[in-house]
Design a protein around this ligand. Structure first.
Ligand code: KIV
Ligand code: ZN
Length: 389
């Protein structure tokens, strides 16, 4: 029997920073504070509140959030620029626990294309920015931007050097969402095995969803030694988005035999998803895992029949567990007799099997002409049936 206690995975929420970078999702300070309080209530460990140098409004948001949040760590983003770091430090002054998140691109795409520089100079800048940040807080996270496409040997050198300079968390972003889960997992394993001082820092996954692999990559990262996941509510973020908080949390919960735990109160996932969607005016796709409106809907006859006999045949999560409204049986032309009988029963009609056979034929006529058959349609069918009988 394995008696090892579960390992805690830190949940670093970046809805207010990477999520807010989505076109149309900009938030004002009041909205950011409201969401920060809700995130703290949800149980996230770290809230990335913004990028203070980017605008006076964002500076104010980080400053105000720092005043009101007492349990979660507040994180501020900066580039590897002294002024950025100084302003981030200033914005975090009132935080009970403040973290500066600083870093630089480490892939050759970034080194050459963005900085017109070379690996040695970038290594020196990486060390320097961590040292600057340590003047403001002893909680410094370093990001190696585009680590997903960075040569592992060079990445290991950078990570070892920034930890020696004082970084306490090292973020390995798959900035472009390029990696396969096996590649991202191997990258984390390579760092675990080749960075001599890696035990002095927490390894963090920050994955983007350009190929739809952000969640899978984050989980691969954890399995290979990462202990922090950077994610957003509803998977919001640059381009195709970031890792979805609700997905990684529920994967670790569903697969508890892997031996990981988080501090997230899962029942708040759906209410918070709605709050973020409404505040950012960004609808959630209906088929989104955990929080989409169809996540617990059953529409085909085969599924409905199985679900009505035993919910576990087609549901791996009880909707109550994630604060969803409940399972739904949607009546469409693909539905079967069991679902129809179930719905009539809910409306107060006690029909025999023969009644349902007759009503089912009429139901299909209605269903073929509509996307979904509703209670009014059923009531009309029942009235007609009664009139004929
Ligand atoms: O995607 C990324 O690399 C980032 C960093 C700034 C952490 O968002
Ligand atoms: Zn990002």
């Amino acid at each position: 029997m394995n008696c090892m206690p579960d390992q805690k995975i830190y949940i670093f929420d970046t809805t207010l920073r990477d999520g807010e970078q989505v076109p149309g999702c900009k938030l004002n300070t009041k909205e950011k504070i409201e969401l920060a309080l809700a995130l703290e209530d949800l149980g996230v460990d770290i809230i990335e509140a913004g990028f203070p140098i980017s605008s006076p409004g964002d500076f104010q948001s980080v400053e105000e959030i720092s005043k009101v949040i007492r349990n979660a760590t507040i994180c501020a983003l900066s580039r590897s620029v002294q002024k950025d770091i100084e302003v981030a430090g200033e914005a975090l002054k009132k935080a009970k626990r403040g973290r500066i998140h600083t870093g630089i691109g480490t892939s050759d795409f970034h080194i050459k294309g963005k900085f017109n520089s070379n690996r040695e100079d970038i290594l020196a800048r990486a060390i320097q920015c961590v040292k600057w940040a340590r003047n403001y807080t002893d909680d410094v996270e370093f990001y190696a931007e585009d680590a997903g496409r960075t040569d592992n040997e060079y990445l290991a050198r950078v990570i070892e050097a920034v930890i020696a300079a004082g970084a306490t968390t090292v973020n390995i972003p798959d900035t472009t969402g390029y990696c396969l889960p096996s590649q991202y997992g191997e990258k984390i394993a390579y760092l675990v095995n080749n960075v001599s001082n890696i035990d002095k820092a927490v390894i963090s996954c920050h994955c983007h969803n350009d190929l739809g692999l952000a969640t899978a990559n984050s989980i691969a990262g954890v399995i290979n030694g990462a202990r922090q996941i950077e994610c957003t509510i509803n998977g919001l973020g640059e381009r195709a988005g970031n890792t979805s908080l609700e997905e990684v949390v529920m994967i670790l919960k569903q697969h508890h035999t892997l031996g990981y735990t988080t501090s997230i109160k899962a029942q708040q996932l759906n209410p918070l998803s709605r709050l973020v969607s409404d505040t950012m005016r960004m609808p959630v796709q209906p088929n989104k895992a955990i929080v989409g409106s169809n996540a617990f809907s059953h529409s085909s006859g085969i599924h409905q029949d199985g679900f009505l006999k035993d919910a576990q045949t087609y549901e791996i999560i009880n909707p109550d567990e994630v604060g969803a409204e409940g399972s739904k049986i949607v009546l469409t032309a693909r539905s079967g007799r069991s679902a129809l009988a179930h719905r009539f029963h809910k409306l107060g009609f006690q029909y025999t099997r023969n009644d349902i056979d007759v009503l089912y034929a009429q139901f299909l006529n209605v269903a073929d002409g509509k996307k979904e058959v509703n209670d009014e349609d059923l009531q009309a069918l029942a009235n007609e049936y009664q009139a004929v009988a």
